[in-house]
Design a protein around this ligand. Sequence first.
Ligand SMILES: CC(C)(COP(=O)(O)OP(=O)(O)OC[C@H]1O[C@@H](n2cnc3c(N)ncnc32)[C@H](O)[C@@H]1OP(=O)(O)O)[C@@H](O)C(=O)NCCC(=O)NCCS
Length: 172
Amino acid sequence: MIEIVPLSRAAPDAVEAVLDAAFGTDRHGRTAYRMRAGVHAVPHLSFAAFDGDALIGTLQMWPVELAQPDGRAEPLVLLGPVAVIPCRQRDGIGRKMMDHALRAADSSGETALMLIGDPEYYGRFFGFDADATGSWEIPGPVERRRLLARLTGGRTLPATGAIRPRQAALAG
Ligand SMILES: CC(C)(COP(=O)(O)OP(=O)(O)OC[C@H]1O[C@@H](n2cnc3c(N)ncnc32)[C@H](O)[C@@H]1OP(=O)(O)O)[C@@H](O)C(=O)NCCC(=O)NCCS
C-alpha cells in the first residue's frame, strides 16, 4: 500500500537517491535550486511516498519571496522537486503526493505557490499556470511557459519583482 508521510520519516540519503534517479546527479545547478539556496524545506509541507519500506517518491516545499524595488517582499512557497523513481512513474504516485501536499498547503493558509515544471502536468491536474509569472526575474535560465504559480483565496501578486530565498528564513 502506498502511504504519503512527512519527509522527515525518510532517510536523507534515500531522499537524495530518489532525486538523483528522477533528475540526474547534475541537478544541483538548476534554477530551482538557486531560488531556494540557503533555506530549509518547510517540514509540514514536505512529503515522502512509501510502498511498504521502499521510498518511491518525494516532494518538498521551500520559503521564497517576490522582492520589490521598494524593499517589500511578497512571501510565496516554492514547490519542488517532485520526484518519483523511474520504475514507478506514471502510476499515480506523483498525483497522490501533489494532492496531499496541496491539501496541506491550503489548510496551512498558503495562498501563493510557485514551481518550475511542465504545464501539461501541473496545469492539467493541479491548477498551476503562467499568468502571473511572465515578468518575474528568476536567478537563472527558465523556460517561461514552465514558470508556474497557483494563487488561491483571492491572492494576487505583483506582475514584476525578483524571486529569491525568503530572507527571514535564511539559515545562520
Ligand atoms: C513528473 C512526475 C513527478 C509525475 O509523477 P508520476 O507519478 O510519474 O505521474 P502520475 O502517475 O501522477 O501522472 C498522472 C498523469 O500525468 C501524466 N504525466 C506525468 N508526467 C507528465 C509530464 N511531465 N508532462 C505531462 N503529463 C505527465 C501521465 O501521463 C498521467 O496521465 P494520464 O492519467 O492521462 O495517463 C514524475 O514522472 C517524475 O518524477 N518525473 C521526473 C522528474 C520530474 O520531471 N519532476 C517534475 C519537475 S518538479
